[in-house]
Ligand binder design. Sequence first.
Ligand code: 0A1
Ligand code: ZN
Length: 875
Amino acid sequence: MLRTDTPKAIHLKDYKPSPYQVSHIDLNFDIYDGYTNVTSVISMSNSADNKDDLFLHGEDVELLALKINGKTISTYKTDDQGLTIPCPSEKEFKLEIKTKITPESNTRLEGLYKSGDNYCTQCEAEGFRRITYYLDRPDIMATYTTRIEADKEKYPVLLSNGNKTDSGSAEGGKHFTIWQDPHPKPCYLFALVAGKFNHIHDTFTTVSGRKVDLYIYVRPGDEDQCAHAMESLKKSMKWDEDVYGLEYDLDLFNIVAVSDFNMGAMENKSLNIFNTALVLAAQETATDADFMRVESVIAHEYFHNWSGNRVTCRDWFQLSLKEGLTVFRDQEFSADLHSRPVQRIDDVTHLRRLQFAEDAGPLAHPIRPENYIEINNFYTMTVYEKGAEVIRMFRTILGAEAYRKATDLYFSRHDGDAATCDDWIKCMEDASGKDLTQFRLWYSQAGTPRVTFEGHYDPVKKIYSVELSQKIPDTPGQSGKKPMHIPVAIGLIDQNGNDLIDTKILHLTESQQAFTFENINSKPVPSVLRNFSAPVILSTNLTDDDYAFLTKHEVYDGFNRWEAGQYLHRKALEKLTGAFESGETKPDINQNYLESFADIYINALNTDITSDERALLARTMHLPDISTIVQSRENADPVAAYNARQYLLAAIKRTQKPLLQKIYKANEEKGAFSVTPDAIARRALRNEALSILTATHGTGCAKLAKEHYFAADNMTDRMAALMAIAPNANPEREEVLEDFYNRYKDFQLVIDKWFSVQASSVRPDIIAHLQNLRHHPDFNIKNPNRARSLYAAFAMNNPSSFHAQDSSGYSFLADAIIELNSINPQIAARLLTPMRDWRKYTLDRQTKMKAALERILETPNLSPDVFEITSKSLK
Ligand code: 0A1
Ligand code: ZN
């Protein structure tokens, strides 16, 4: 059926507390082959003056029985949204509901579903309503008792939230466990797992001396890839005590890894469920970046125990209350454990690539959205990553000490609450005494602010004066925005590289504002927006020479030292892209810029530098990717951007080959493999050199990449080789790809890499190749990781192929979205991301992308998820 109705949007302004409340819920899961029966006994109350019906959410559940206080009721109504019961006569009552569900056919992976042979749940945001009828909203909080009964042989492990209070045998070869969670929680934090798993165990003793048992459950055989996740968990528990004064609150903490999962992981109370990709990590199968991601996601989910679970969200518009805060917490955890500037560089690169693009497109929304059709569509880069930037700015504005006072206040004042972003801001104000009225605009205004900096030195008066201005662009549904409170961190550096002042925060609050620095004895070079103190797009009156100076002398702020180099890269690439767009084939490259590489490379060869410095240099050598280049252009041509980038890489290789070869040699692994900061930094630097040395895809490149591949004893190096060889048409490519496949065919997550590296590589026959991969026996569109490894890898990481002029890339993706619409709407909607900003591209591409979107919109039985993103993109 074609979608003729428009799914209804939900608005923040319509929020009303529920007259019905729940104090406790008793759940019973009876798992059979092919179906599961769920009985829930809900202890409810109704407010004194309420006479409205009781509406309970429920989707795709079959109602078997319904009783109030033990009496069957028949005066109810059901529809595809839920169950309506006339207002019960008593104010306190027990509602008993029996439903039947079929996890075996649940391909949406929301509610109770099967991953392989195991059962697991995903209830955030609105999955609980696919298990039973309930008030499925986060401000309804209750304690839970959960009984699970299933076949003992097939499902030896039966887990839920809280503490296990009983277990035993049941009839017909079954067994049961009973779980009690003493902490009241919304149903999105409910979880259940039943299956065959092996586990590793450890303990953590909290600051007050409570011993907590820690378990990680994985598919039998995967236990030897869990040690890193366990170490990460213990580090997270310690960090939250040390940095936020927050202690774990139960005697047990379980993590379960499943292969089929829509997102990264989920913070269910004391039973975190993870995508295997974010638990398993071993030298042979995981890259250094994978190790880092596992650590940060383990931390992220653990930190939610306070920022999300103990203090939860009143409604889904407040999502950034828990997500922005928890992302900021996990970013700081990683920065404390590793290199602070490198962490900041990686976080900002990610923000710019994906969140800035979102903020500039048709789905731009504030970190606290005002309306949505499908909440799953609002687990966005804006809510998460820009949300984290906003929390970071609170800390910058308050200072570290007042910020900690404010978070203490927040966690004590709102413990056990379903809170709002305004509650958080109020705590920041109350603890610091600061008025944050204007700062609140970050919660309601979308769009990335444009900030302009102009600095001038007066040698007579010895004054350095600064003029800052800001402009917030219009976004869908929002225009004529007010100036925001933007903290701009600035340093002034003299010609010898000394800081003339301590880093100063300039509080930009007006459209245009002047600041002066007195007693500045020589002409300084300003370092603006140190550590990326606000999520803005900055332009300055600094010269290329100033930026070149900063790449060498900005020693105080590693982030800005890197940023200065990126500025020069971007500028060179933009110029070349423009030249390729207008048909030039051999444009000139700025010689000063090319020569500046020699300095970078000589520095990288310096044996005295620290490992952090080495890691930073690897990132400095890396040119911005195509999607970043394209962002600053109108009517962009990603093929021209790709050609420009390749052209520049070839020139760098040609002019700097001996130095690159030296870097490659000097950073060779000596001795046994390790994951120390030094070893990681050396691999990063060496592989960056490899990628430039192999960028021209000739026979020498193929030879070097192949050697690198076969010499590797770890996945970081193997993947670097694979990426270098995948776009190379020489015979070594097939040899290496085949070896990789055969070596790792039993490792799902590594086979995901095998798919994604091929989908991300530029080759003339890419579409035919993608079609082969799509029909490969290992391809399974129902597994989100595998689907992403082909489709998202292609559309997001291979822009010049995706935007091929013949529109073959658009058709390939649109077909997948249409197929996934009926299998897993959440994943289908996410795959629309690279189509949303169709207005950015050349006119012919716009027409073709628009046509692909229209074809999607005409799909029969379009899910609200896909409908929302497609229709808003076309508006
Ligand atoms: N709260 C989790 C993310 C998450 C959201 C939705 C999910 O299913 C629809 C799953 C996980 C986090 O922030 O880690
Ligand atoms: Zn989260």
